[in-house]
Each structure stands twice: as C-alpha cells, then as structure tokens.
Design a protein around this ligand. Structure first.
Ligand code: BMP
Length: 260
C-alpha cells in the first residue's frame, strides 16, 4: 500500500526528478497542500502567494485566465517559488495531437515549458501526447500529471479509461510525476504522486458540477498525496489563516496514515 509510506521514502522511489523534488519538499516543509491560485490578475496572485507561500508545496496555475499576463509576472512567480520552496504546476490539461501539444507547450504567449515545473495532460488523444512532451524538455527537468479521473459530476471517464491511462503512464517513468485522480486503487506505484482536487471544508459541491470531499476523507480513504484546494482558500475571508487550517488538517491526517 503506497499510502502507508512516508513521503521521504517515496522520494527515493520516484523515477521523475520533479516528483522526487516534490516529495522532498513535502517532507521538509511538512505540507502536502497545493494551492490552486484561480485568480485573474497578476497582483492578486502575487499578493496571495506572499502570504501563503510558506504553507504550500505546490502552486497550481491556470495561466490563461490571467488578464494582465506579462513576462515580469513569471519572473516574480519564480522568485516566490525559490524564496518559499514550492513548485509550479500549470494546469493546462493538454488534450490534442502530439505535434500541437508540443507547440502549445513551447510557444505562444505563455511559453509554459520555460517556467512550469510540471503540467497536467489528458490521455484521451493517446500516447503521442506523452511522446511529444518527452521530446520537448530541452534538457530541463519537467513532469507530467496525467488525468486518470475527474472530480466533476457526470464526467465521461470510465474505469477502463482510467486503467488504460495508468498503463500508458507507466511507459514513461522519466516523465511521469503522477496522476490527477480521486481514488487510492487507481494506481499502486509508490514513486508516483496522487494529486487530488475537489477538496473543501465548507461545501460539498458548487453550482457547476464540482464535487467536494473533506481533507480527512481524501487523506485517509481516497489515497491523496498532494491535495488541491482552490476556492476553499482563495475565496475565504482570510486566505492566509485558511491556508494554515488546510495545511494543518491535511498534515495531521497524513501523519495518522503513515503511523498506521
Ligand atoms: P476549487 O477547489 O476552487 O473547486 O478548484 C479546483 C481546481 O482543481 C480548479 O482549478 C480545477 O480546474 C482543478 N481540477 C478539478 O477541480 N477537478 C479535476 O478533476 C481536475 C482539476 O484539475
């Protein structure tokens, strides 16, 4: 059972360098909280990260929702990542043929390959999407989280699709950080990371299909390693104190889990 091993042990088993680094950051900073900074201005994102950077292991961006994107924003984001020791995941959910994805990853306004430590990818188009990303590294460390399950109600992913997604991922051990998924049984490899979104203390759903579980449930029953929280923190009255609340409850349940 991969979920009973401590993160520092799992770091030793990781085959991707970003996954290894993320496991080590979690062990060092004692946090498995990923903040999804779903805000639309650069200053609101940077201000929030100044306040909560110390509490998170990973910051998840949707770079294409930002209204005043600039190269300077990336410089500042990277310097916060260095100062607070967190990694950056661009949640782009690539889902096209390999050639197009390679262009989307390397080129355009955002040049994601230049700053994101890892990205999210759909398995839907087939293996070419992973081949393309594997060939787009330019020697820089990078990682992929493959979408094996989604948190939203009525999503069209079937158990077969999930299983085939895991099989596909296992052919690319050097590229693979882990899976965006909801269940412990989805994969077994202790060197891969289960990134689980759809977590909130206050609500069980939003009005647009999102389904929430509690931090305790995702840690103790559903096998989450890194837990993604967006509006639970971002939309709170005090995001700073709420980030601390999530960090503490997640870590408490992690310790409970690894101590048996
Ligand atoms: P929130 O906690 O505010 O519901 O945000 C969840 C975040 O995780 C969003 O950025 C969403 O794009 C992402 N996400 C998700 O909610 N479910 C998935 O299955 C995969 C995701 O990446």
């Amino acid at each position: 059972d991969r979920t009973l091993l401590p993160y520092e042990k799992r770091a030793e088993l990781a085959t991707n360098s970003i996954a290894k680094e993320l496991f080590n950051i979690m062990a060092t900073k004692k946090t498995n909280l990923c903040l999804s900074v779903d805000l639309t201005t650069t200053t609101s994102i940077l201000d929030l990260l100044e306040k909560v950077g110390e509490h998170v292991c990973l910051v998840k961006t949707h770079i294409d929702i930002i209204e005043d994107f600039s190269a300077d924003f990336i410089t500042r984001l990277k310097s916060l990542a260095k100062r607070f020791n967190f990694l950056i995941l661009e949640d782009r959910k690539y889902a096209d043929i390999g050639n197009t994805v390679s262009l989307q990853y390397l080129k355009g306004l955002y040049k994601v390959a230049e700053w994101a430590d890892c990205v999210t990818v759909h398995s839907l188009p087939g293996e070419g999407i992973l081949k393309a990303l594997n060939n787009s590294t330019n020697g820089v460390s990078q990682g992929v989280f493959l979408l094996a399950e989604m948190s939203s109600e009525g999503n069209l992913i079937t158990p077969d699709y999930t299983e085939e997604t895991v099989k596909m991922a296992l052919k690319y051990p050097n590229l693979m950080c882990g899976f965006v998924c909801q269940n412990k049984s989805t994969f077994k490899e202790p060197g891969l990371i289960q990134l689980t979104p759809g977590v909130q203390l206050e609500s069980t759903k939003d009005g647009l299909g999102q389904v929430y579980n509690t931090p305790e449930k995702v840690m103790l029953e559903k096998g989450a390693d890194v837990v993604v929280v967006g509006r639970g923190i971002v939309a709170a009255k005090s995001p700073e104190s709420q980030a601390l609340v999530y960090k503490d409850v997640l870590w408490k349940n992690y310790l409970k889990r690894v101590s048996g």
